[in-house]
Design a protein around this ligand. Structure first.
Ligand code: ADP
Length: 604
C-alpha cells in the first residue's frame, strides 16, 4: 500500500462503534440528572398537594370543633335533658338538631344524657336513628362529661360510616346534664383525590389507616401495635374489625411524604408511585437515545460523505496517474519513434550523400569512359595535324632555302589553321572532363550540338555516316549546364554511331528540333538496328549494355537520364516505325542570351 493510499485510508461504519459507546456513556449521567430532577419535582408537587389536603382536612374539622359547645347552650336541648320523661321536649330537640344538622352540613348531631343514652338526634326520623341508643363507651362521651372537648374518629355503630366526633357537655349551671355530639362526615375528603396516581393516607394515633383514596388500604396497620392500643380498640370499636391487617407497601414502589397533625394525633401521608418518575425519565432517556441515534446517523452520514469524497479523490488520482502512465508510455513510444525517425533521416541523408557521391562517380566514370573512347580519336585527330604541321614545317625550311617565300607563307598559314584545330580539340576535351556544379543557365543548343558532332567527326567520316540536320539558324536557347548538355549530346551521338556500325550502308543520322511554348525538343534518329526489347525496358539502368566489355560500360544513358533530370528536362527513347532508334531530349526554353558561343568553347 502506497503512502498516499495509507493517507486516504477510508473511514468505515465500524469507526462509529467507539463514538457510539462514548455517547451511550452519557446516558447514565443523563438518567441520574433526570431522576433527580423529576424526583425533586414530584416531591415538590406532593408537598403542595399534602399541604392542600391537610389544610382542607383541618379546615373541615375546625369548622365543627366549637359547634357542640355553642349548640349546647340552646335552651331547647337543655330542656330535653332536664325533662327526660317529656317526649315532646325531646322530639322538639330532635327537630331543632335536624335543622341545625342541615344548616351546618354535619353528618349527625345528637344529644345524650349523663348515662350516654341518646335522647334526641338529627336522624331521629331515619331507619338508623340514634335515638334510644347508648354511646357511653365512646371516648368522646367520657372526655366531654369531664369538661373537655371530646374528640374521636370511628365507624358509626349503626351507620357503619366513618366520622369524626366532637362532643361537648351541656351544662345546667356547673352540672353536666349530658353531651351534645356533632359527627362530621370525612368520606368526602377521600373523594377529593379522584383518580390521581398519588395516594393519600391518614393514619390515626394507633397507626391505623382511617382515610385513604385507595379502598384496599383502609383500616390497615402501618406499624406494630402495643397491647394497650389493642385493648383500647377492642373497647372503643372505632374500626369495623378487631383483626387489623398490616399494610404492605413494596420497597421502592412509593415515594412517601408525611405531615403530623399534632392536635388530633393524626398523620397524613402522600404516596406517589415511583413510576411517576420512571416514565418521564424513560422519556428523557428515550429522547437521549433518539438524539444519540440522530448524532450517530449524522456522524455516519458525514463519514460516508467523507468516504465518498476520499473515494472520488482516490479515483481521480488513480485516473490521473493512469493518464500520466499512458502519457509516459506514449511519450516513450514517441521518443523511440522519434529516435528511429532521426536514425532513418540520418540513414537517408547518408544514403542520399552516398547516392550523390555514386552519381558523381558515375558521371565521372562515364566521362572517363567517354574520354577513353575519345582518346583514340583525339590522338588520331591530334597526330594527323601534328604530322601535317611537321611536314608543312619541313617543307617551309626547304622552300626558305630556295627563296620561295610565297610558298613558305602558304605553308605557315596551313600550320596556323592546323594548330587552331588542335586547340579546339583540346578545348572539347577539357570541357568534357570538367565537373559542372553550376545551376542551369541559358545556353544555345546548336553550338553544343556542333561540339558533340565535332568530337565524333573523325569516326563519322570513317563510317561514312550521312548527317541530316533539320535545325533553325537562330540560336535555340535552352536551360542547361553547358558541359552537361555537351556530354549528353556526345553520348547520344556516340551511341548512334555504335548502332550504325552494326549495319551496312546507307548509314544516316537525323538531327531535328521542334519548339513549343516552354520547351525545346531535339530528336536524334539513326537508321541502325534500333533498341532491342530488353534495351527499351532497361537502357537507363546503370551498367546495362548490349555491347562487349571493351565497347561499352552501360553508363551512358544512365548518366544522360540523370543529367537531364538535374536540368529539369527529359530523355525519351523509342524505335522509329521505319527502323532505327529515336532519342528525344526535351529541354526547358531558356532566356535569349547575347553570345551563343561560350568564350572557351569555339566551334570546330
Ligand atoms: P553503352 O553504350 O556503354 O552500352 P549506354 O547506356 O549508352 O551504354 O547504352 C545502353 C544500351 O542501349 C546499349 O548497349 C544499346 O543496346 C542501347 N542503345 C543505346 N543507343 C542506341 C541506339 N542509337 N540504337 C540502338 N541501341 C541503342
Amino acid at each position: 500500500m502506497s503512502e498516499f493510499q495509507l493517507y486516504l485510508k477510508r473511514p468505515r461504519w465500524r469507526r462509529l462503534v467507539p463514538f457510539a459507546l462514548a455517547l451511550a456513556a452519557l446516558l447514565w449521567p443523563l438518567k441520574y440528572l433526570a431522576e433527580n430532577h423529576y424526583h425533586a419535582k414530584l416531591i415538590e408537587q406532593n408537598r403542595q398537594t399534602l399541604d392542600l389536603y391537610v389544610a382542607n382536612l383541618l379546615g373541615t374539622l375546625r369548622g365543627y370543633e366549637n359547634l357542640p359547645a355553642i349548640l349546647g347552650n340552646l335552651p331547647v336541648l337543655r330542656n330535653a335533658l332536664l325533662s327526660p320523661q317529656n317526649s315532646a321536649s325531646q322530639e322538639l330537640a330532635s327537630h331543632v338538631l335536624k335543622q341545625l344538622q342541615q344548616q351546618t352540613g354535619a353528618d349527625v348531631i345528637y344529644l345524650m344524657d349523663a348515662q350516654g343514652l341518646t335522647l334526641a338526634a338529627s336522624n331521629w326520623d331515619q331507619k338508623d336513628s340514634f335515638v334510644g341508643r347508648n354511646f357511653i363507651f365512646r371516648p368522646y362521651f367520657r372526655d366531654a362529661m369531664d369538661g373537655r372537648l371530646g374528640r374521636f374518629f370511628g365507624l358509626g355503630n349503626t351507620s357503619d360510616k366513618r366520622g369524626y366526633y366532637f362532643g361537648s357537655a351541656v351544662y345546667s349551671g356547673s352540672e353536666a346534664l349530658g353531651v351534645l355530639v356533632v359527627k362530621v362526615d370525612l368520606d368526602h375528603t377521600e373523594t377529593l383525590w379522584g383518580n390521581a396516581p398519588e395516594r393519600l393516607l391518614v393514619t390515626d394515633g394507633q397507626g391505623v389507616v382511617i382515610l385513604t383514596s385507595h379502598a384496599d388500604w383502609r383500616f390497615r396497620l402501618t406499624r406494630e401495635q402495643t397491647d394497650q392500643e389493642r385493648a383500647a380498640i377492642a373497647f372503643h370499636k372505632p374500626y369495623p374489625t378487631q383483626e387489623l391487617q398490616p399494610l404492605e407497601l413494596g420497597a421502592g414502589v412509593w415515594l412517601s411524604q408525611q405531615r403530623e397533625l399534632e392536635e388530633i394525633d393524626w398523620t397524613v401521608s402522600i404516596l406517589a408511585p415511583t413510576s411517576l418518575i420512571d416514565r418521564p425519565v424513560r422519556s428523557v432517556i428515550g429522547g437521549g437515545v433518539i438524539a444519540l441515534l440522530a448524532v450517530l446517523l449524522l456522524f455516519g452520514l458525514w463519514l460516508q460523505r467523507q468516504r465518498h469524497y476520499l473515494e472520488r479523490i482516490d479515483l481521480s488520482t488513480k485516473a490521473r496517474r493512469d493518464l500520466e502512465l499512458r502519457v509516459q508510455e506514449r511519450t516513450r513510444a514517441l521518443e523511440t519513434l522519434n529516435s528511429r525517425l532521426k536514425q532513418e533521416v540520418l540513414e537517408r541523408e547518408h544514403a542520399q550523400q552516398e547516392l550523390v557521391r555514386a552519381q558523381d562517380e558515375l558521371v565521372q566514370a562515364g566521362k572517363l569512359s567517354a574520354l577513353g573512347t575519345m582518346s583514340a580519336s583525339i590522338s588520331h585527330e591530334l597526330n594527323q595535324p601534328l604530322a601535317a604541321i611537321r611536314s608543312y614545317a619541313d617543307n617551309a625550311r626547304v622552300l626558305m632555302e630556295h627563296q620561295r617565300h610565297h610558298d613558305v607563307h602558304g605553308n605557315l598559314q596551313q600550320i596556323s589553321a592546323l594548330t587552331a584545330r588542335m586547340a579546339s580539340i583540346i578545348a572539347h576535351l577539357r570541357a568534357f572532363a570538367r565537373r559542372d556544379r553550376h545551376a542551369p543557365e541559358s545556353i544555345a543548343l546548336q553550338p553544343a550540338l556542333e561540339d558533340a558532332i565535332a568530337l565524333h567527326s573523325q569516326r563519322r567520316r570513317a563510317m561514312d555516316v550521312e548527317l541530316i540536320r533539320d535545325l533553325p539558324d537562330a540560336p535555340l536557347w535552352v536551360q542547361a549546364g553547358e558541359t552537361r548538355l555537351r556530354q549528353v549530346l556526345s553520348n547520344l551521338i556516340g551511341n548512334a554511331l555504335d548502332a550504325l556500325a552494326e549495319k551496312p550502308q546507307p548509314r544516316k543520322l537525323w538531327l531535328h528540333t521542334t519548339q513549343t511554348e516552354d520547351s525545346i525538343e531535339l530528336r536524334i534518329r539513326d537508321n541502325g538496328p534500333g533498341f532491342s526489347d530488353e534495351a527499351l525496358q532497361r537502357a537507363c539502368e546503370p551498367f546495362f549494355t548490349t555491347k562487349t566489355s571493351t565497347q561499352g560500360l552501360g553508363l551512358g544513358l544512365a548518366i544522360c537520364d540523370s543529367l537531364m533530370r538535374a536540368l529539369d528536362g527529359e530523355l525519351l527513347f523509342e524505335n522509329h516505325p521505319q527502323g532505327g532508334a529515336v532519342l528525344t531530349l526535351r529541354l526547358r526554353t531558356g532566356a535569349p542570351g547575347v553570345n551563343p558561343y561560350p568564350p572557351e568553347d569555339l566551334p570546330a
